[in-house]
Design a protein. Sequence first.
Lengths: 325, 325, 325, 103, 103, 103
Amino acid sequence: MDGFFALALGNLSSPLILSFVLGVAAALGRSDLVFPEAAAKALSIYLLFAIGMKGGVSVAEHGIDLRLGSTVLAGIVLSAALPLIAFKLLGIMTKLDRVNAAAVAAHYGSISIVTFVAGTSVLESAGIVSDGFMVAVAAAMEAPAILSALWLISRGGSETRMDSDLWREILLNGSIVLLVGAFAIGMVVGKEGMADVESFFVAPFKGALCLFLLDMGLVAGRGLRRSRGVLTPGLMAFGLLMPIIGAGAGALAGLLIGLPTGSIFLLMVLGASASYIAVPAAMRVAVPEADPGIYLTLSLGITFPFNLTLGLPLYLGFARAIGGG
Amino acid sequence: MDGFFALALGNLSSPLILSFVLGVAAALGRSDLVFPEAAAKALSIYLLFAIGMKGGVSVAEHGIDLRLGSTVLAGIVLSAALPLIAFKLLGIMTKLDRVNAAAVAAHYGSISIVTFVAGTSVLESAGIVSDGFMVAVAAAMEAPAILSALWLISRGGSETRMDSDLWREILLNGSIVLLVGAFAIGMVVGKEGMADVESFFVAPFKGALCLFLLDMGLVAGRGLRRSRGVLTPGLMAFGLLMPIIGAGAGALAGLLIGLPTGSIFLLMVLGASASYIAVPAAMRVAVPEADPGIYLTLSLGITFPFNLTLGLPLYLGFARAIGGG
Amino acid sequence: MDGFFALALGNLSSPLILSFVLGVAAALGRSDLVFPEAAAKALSIYLLFAIGMKGGVSVAEHGIDLRLGSTVLAGIVLSAALPLIAFKLLGIMTKLDRVNAAAVAAHYGSISIVTFVAGTSVLESAGIVSDGFMVAVAAAMEAPAILSALWLISRGGSETRMDSDLWREILLNGSIVLLVGAFAIGMVVGKEGMADVESFFVAPFKGALCLFLLDMGLVAGRGLRRSRGVLTPGLMAFGLLMPIIGAGAGALAGLLIGLPTGSIFLLMVLGASASYIAVPAAMRVAVPEADPGIYLTLSLGITFPFNLTLGLPLYLGFARAIGGG
Amino acid sequence: MKTYKAKRVAITIEAPMERRLRAILEAADVTGYSILPVTGGSGRSGSWSAEGQVGLAGGMVQVTCVIRPERLDGLLESVFNVVERHIGIVTVMDCDVLRAERF
Amino acid sequence: MKTYKAKRVAITIEAPMERRLRAILEAADVTGYSILPVTGGSGRSGSWSAEGQVGLAGGMVQVTCVIRPERLDGLLESVFNVVERHIGIVTVMDCDVLRAERF
Amino acid sequence: MKTYKAKRVAITIEAPMERRLRAILEAADVTGYSILPVTGGSGRSGSWSAEGQVGLAGGMVQVTCVIRPERLDGLLESVFNVVERHIGIVTVMDCDVLRAERF
Ligand SMILES: Nc1ncnc2c1ncn2[C@@H]1O[C@H](COP(=O)(O)O)[C@@H](O)[C@H]1O
Ligand SMILES: Nc1ncnc2c1ncn2[C@@H]1O[C@H](COP(=O)(O)O)[C@@H](O)[C@H]1O
Ligand SMILES: Nc1ncnc2c1ncn2[C@@H]1O[C@H](COP(=O)(O)O)[C@@H](O)[C@H]1O
Ligand code: NA
Ligand code: NA
Ligand code: NA
């Protein structure tokens, strides 16, 4: 437990987390500090591209690992199965109707790439290696959760707008395309090609992530301020419990596949994190009746900060305990 | 005097100043070169965060100096007192009515963080150290001038919209939050934490400042072009005289506290510089009758270029003369 | 020929080209990946400034070369003459009316600075030097083609809106001002001044170019998707043939002046490339009757990708064959 | 100056629906429309702002079409099917248009 | 298609006043409004453009509310207190709205 | 609340023409106008979107002027000379304005 507190403290005093905290505080204090929408979008493109490319280069270095396939598969299963657990849990813990519960559940099966990126930073600081292909796993986990949720809804008799257009939108959404595309580019160009662009995609990465987390803090804080009344105690408890369940499921899968500690940790992070970009957009189109005030606030206002601050050191402690290192 | 010319020439031929000049020239020549608003805002967030964090790290390195408190106090007094001088001077030199004169005066008590940043660049080039806490002094000087100006106006019988909302807006405006927040982050993470994000916040800083100054030049030039007729000779003379008075007051305060040369110089720069972000926004809300055409043009079109080009070497020469180094 | 394939393959597997391909693929697959307009504009300002400044610094290093004048002159002649050839060719290969043909022709006399920048990257990878002043040549080639096209149109009896305002807009358009301005700044500050801002303008340059090419790919792909029906086979053939003619003319000019291989190559690239920023904007104002769907799609959707992928290695092979190196 | 009577329809709808709405307008042969960004607002589903947002889910756009009066009903019917279940608002105003061939 | 009569109020006001205006609208129970960015303009206080601006002071926004006709006067009165001393312009237009429950 | 009758003219035109239109409005003594960005659209010349665009050529803007009814014809005539050959659309609507001195 000592290790956890040291880790948690180290994590909490990193520039990344402090930037996030600054953003939340500024928003709660109703400062007029705002981040231009275009800058936030540009930063997210940069981060996705950089993380994808680094993953691809690492795979090019170490060769395609036999575990790549099984881990991607495990990720898909996790993403599809976690919404079912989340849905059950919401039925027990909250009074959400079927449609809203399914929409929330979709978010928890899918992933938050920023949480993943913050996780890789924590790994780096701890000097633990992980598999480059975990980026591909992250990309693979974005979409299946959406399908599970839509199935839950249609099973309940409600209508969803699930046409071929929506299929394409979900599978080719911006962050999947960037992650997978940059991953492929990284695999093709390898370490040598990466050298050319390293001072843009690697060296300034963490600093850029600081500013992005500042913005995420502003958005999360604003969401919290506006959502008084929306977040019942039951929902909040769910927002803290579900990531731990997701992380547990990730740990289990990682152990079964025999991943190294770093990759177990990242799979836990993916399981624990909740989407706030791809899934909300899909829900707006497919299930407009679901209230974005609930799922966005829960994912961005409760689960994201929890994962970032306490979750990451917790999961790392656990991954180390079971995976060694 | 020779030293001044050498300094001035060196300053004028730095990429920073030349970028500003390019922007002014492009705007005056009515080029269609424009900087997207979102990019300008993003750059300013980056610059404020970087400068704040560097200040905090430097304080973490050297320990909290006893002079921190007295210098912050001196800054607050300067910021509150300079508008009174400016207001008197405007009464003598121009025909502005009370409300407009007070609004202009507020700008000259407050500060321009870009001028401050350019000042730190000049110091670096000259190899002179300064106190990291000067960033906190800059933050402390943003707001008091606004209160002085509102007091001047209400004493004259005019109404200002001074409610608790405005108080919060002034004290928690974006640039104060960023400066103070990043300063605090820098203090917590220290040199070691900074190392992680240095290649984003430190190495590319000057280059990013070039592009920002290009944009400032474009905005200042456009303001000048549109303001034909607004700027009377009296106003222009004020825009050149007032920064010198402010710098003198800064020098005096610095000497009294016993600051080292570099910090005296920065206090002069803060005294000399005029706000063009925080104060104008506060004036729009609190004193809508005041004409933004006057205070924005004067601050951004006259005083900012003067400080950047001639003021900085002048103040540095003076600071060296009185402070040594 | 072997050399060409090796070069082409090397070029095609660089992160730059792959990023462009990713963008095109995402757009054709109708992914919702978008680049904010403000970010694209900010990136283009950065690239123009950086390339201009590097050119200026290089000239400051090597002294003003006697060939600078003759090469700029050759560039102007190329830019003015190529539209006449293009116009004739369009008359033979397509059924465009006079106004549209002239508008298209203007694009091919003018230049694409991104193609030029990609060319300098290819040179660097190949370890071949070129003259720093080629940036000035690029700037000089932006505008003359527009005048040729307007002359072609007015000779045909159609009206163009050619007033002094338009003159200024063409000669002081954003990219010319940035290129020439940054070139001048580079010349003034030299290598020493550049050192200060190198970690912003030099080191991250290629990575930033990747993201910009990703955006160009998105825009080009979207243009292609929307233009079904607009691009006849004749137009497409023109879009592939004309750059080769332009490159040939550039090679000839380079040989006559006696430029080194690297600079011959860059002059070929300038001759081959087609404008998609400055000229379209001028055409909207001066010749509103011309259809932007035709000239934008042809320049950005056909010629730009061709130059980037196959053209650059082809031109480099040729430049080496005639210039040595 | 000669002007022509027309209807100006403004549809404020969630950004993720923009593509679909465009497709529906084009299917209904409404080829003239403009899209304006909306940076914030408030409605029954609460108040929002685009500032700092990365995803589309939070934002809205305003699609404006100027059409001939006799085509209004057809347009509203096609649009209704899309917007019915979605948040947002549809307004119709009378206007005069300068050039008849433009709409 | 059944539509309902309404009023469309457009308030163009300085960006630093956006928050206050929102608060006033909400206090007056006007919970439906949209905010559109304004990137430039001209008025008695001269012409301006948002390009390259860092601060809010230079910019403006356009707040659009669609409300029931009987609520117009109340809205205008609350708004008037805010905009009275400020630059900008308030216009009111008649419109038809597709769904009555939306405003 | 006392209001005044006015006309609201909205001119949607290519971004590269913004400057010229502003100059013409100012020459015609129309000093009050606001410019709203347009991020996409569709017309006879096809559909477009501002996303990721670097140049101005692809984009459009919407210039809105509120003017006294008696000045409408003069305005339309000056504007017509500019927009005649250009793509875009000009609409005129009736509106009420809160403060007469503002337009
Ligand atoms: N009465 C209204 N006037 C203007 N905009 C509205 C109105 N009602 C809703 N909106 C816009 O539509 C969005 C969603 O509205 P709602 O579905 O009521 O939550 C709001 O956030 C506003 O941007
Ligand atoms: N008549 C008008 N029509 C449209 N917008 C206007 C009008 N008058 C003022 N505005 C807008 O309101 C801003 C401030 O106007 P003013 O208070 O007259 O300086 C202008 O810059 C325009 O953006
Ligand atoms: N009927 C219309 N309603 C609204 N906007 C239009 C209309 N027609 C044209 N536009 C706008 O004007 C641009 C150019 O139109 P066009 O000249 O018909 O190609 C379009 O892309 C739209 O942004
Ligand atoms: Na998850
Ligand atoms: Na000052
Ligand atoms: Na060319």
